[in-house]
Design a binder for this molecule. Structure first.
Ligand code: USQ
Length: 406
């Protein structure tokens, strides 16, 4: 297949591009390199040293003989350029990662909220709009989030996108319908993914676009089979308070002797998936497109759920790291249960890579190798969800100024 990977320079976009190229597909990355600019804005860098996208693709070609093409295009701002590119290349499929993906970054300030909404919603809409305008029958696979469902304790498994409901009619009957599971975003970032869902519903219904939305959990790990092949194919690995996600942060913190930063009681239960499984799921979704005219296909792209404090304890056991409980900068339930259905990917043959000590220790070792690149002052999570919470944020989890909450 000819596949366009929008956002193919990012944390999952890059390993996905390699994985699909390795499987024999023709890969075109479209990216505005915004993630690299955001590193510059925040004054942080990936734990792992990353080469330019041009250099990465050159190394891939030298290693494998396969070409990955790169195009500097901003989906949100360069609609005409995007349309021209799509008209010329007419890809069979598009994988869409080209959105600002960090919840804390989206909550940093009013400017960051505007940026996240404008960027994410425009990128998605421009893509859909151009596909219709060009009459392309391209399968669009979008990276959504488990966060569209929210994290309230329901006591029932979260279905894959759609919820069967019975609606009582005025004449006393009950009509059965399947509706999108009620959206319940916990950040501006998560809200943009809820808005994306509505755009997909409309374009699938109105124009018959073939769309798959992957509701992905928190990705952990850094290497995939292909990124291991050469030092310069290495994936990015974020540890800072905005872009580092919880499990990867704990692993890096363990590697550098920083206390594991548990927010509040650590009672938040979240869905997780290893990066190797993430790229496999994307390939499975590409191989199983919905028919034209069918409703949006939705998969829950996760393999297991864990409570944040249990993860911290597990990593502390393996590594001897300390745990610190900090005031939570986010507005979220202190404790929640989470049960998620993921039958569809399992039925398609996904064999989950689950959390186990060996794999976690291996990631701690990767982090130790690059520990010299860490700026410890960028580890604290300081983006607060409300002005009130901003006053409680702990800028020094190593415990020198503020005591952790009990
Ligand atoms: N947390 C800590 N300590 C930390 C960092 C986070 O206790 O040092 C807690 C947070 O308070 C939260 C949980 O860990 O309760 C998860 O935080 P996270 O930063 O790992 O994940 P999140 O902000 O939800 O976002 C990440 C990705 C996003 C993706 C989402 C999937 O950045 O792109 O959509 O995970 S999900 O969480 O399932 O919605």
């Amino acid at each position: 297949m000819k596949i366009a990977v929008m956002g193919g320079d990012g944390f999952i976009g890059w390993p996905t591009s390699l994985h699909l190229s390795d499987a024999g597909h023709e890969i075109h990355i479209l990216d505005n390199l915004s993630r690299r600019w955001i590193d510059t804005e925040l004054g942080v860098q990936s734990l792992t040293p990353m080469d330019s996208i041009q250099e990465r693709t050159r190394i891939w070609h030298a290693e494998t003989g396969r070409r990955i093409h790169f195009n500097l295009i901003d989906l949100a701002k360069d609609y005409e350029l995007l349309k021209k590119w799509l008209a010329e290349h007419r890809p069979d499929a598009i994988v869409h990662f080209a959105e600002q993906r960090a919840a804390p970054y989206s909550m940093k300030s009013d400017r960051h909220k505007n940026y996240t909404v404008n960027n994410n919603v425009s990128a998605t809409h421009n893509l859909l709009n151009a596909l219709v305008e060009l009459n392309l029958d391209t399968h669009l696979v979008h990276l959504g989030t488990m966060g569209v469902y929210g994290y309230s304790t329901v006591g029932a498994a979260i279905p894959e996108g759609y919820l069967p409901v019975g609606i009582d009619t005025a004449d006393g009957r009950t009509v059965s319908q399947e509706i999108l599971y009620p959206a319940n975003p916990g950040s501006i970032y998560h809200m943009t993914k809820c808005l994306d869902q509505l755009l997909f519903q409309f374009y699938a219904k109105n124009d018959g676009l073939r769309i798959t939305d992957l509701h992905q959990g928190i990705v952990w790990g850094t290497h995939t089979e292909q990124t291991r092949r050469h030092e310069q194919l290495i994936n990015r690995f974020d540890y800072d308070g905005d872009y580092g996600t919880v499990l990867n942060r704990f692993l890096i913190q363990a590697a550098i002797g920083y206390p594991l930063t548990v927010h509040g009681s650590g009672g938040q239960t979240r869905a997780f998936i290893h990066i190797q499984d993430s790229v496999r799921c994307i390939e499975l979704a590409l191989k199983n497109p919905p028919a034209r005219g069918a409703r949006v296909e939705i998969f829950n792209q996760m393999t297991e759920t864990h409570r944040v404090r249990d993860l911290a304890e597990m990593i502390a056991r393996i590594s001897g790291a300390e745990i610190v409980r900090l005031p939570n900068p986010r507005k979220e339930a202190p404790e929640n249960e989470l049960i998620v259905k993921n039958d569809k990917f399992l039925e398609l043959g996904l064999e989950p890579t689950t959390l186990e000590a060996g794999l976690l220790s291996e990631i701690v070792d990767v982090a130790k190798k690059y520990a010299y690149r860490v700026d410890r002052s960028r580890v604290p999570a300081v983006s607060a969800w409300t002005k009130d919470l901003a006053t409680t944020v702990n800028h020094d989890p190593e415990g020198k100024r503020l005591k952790s909450v009990s």
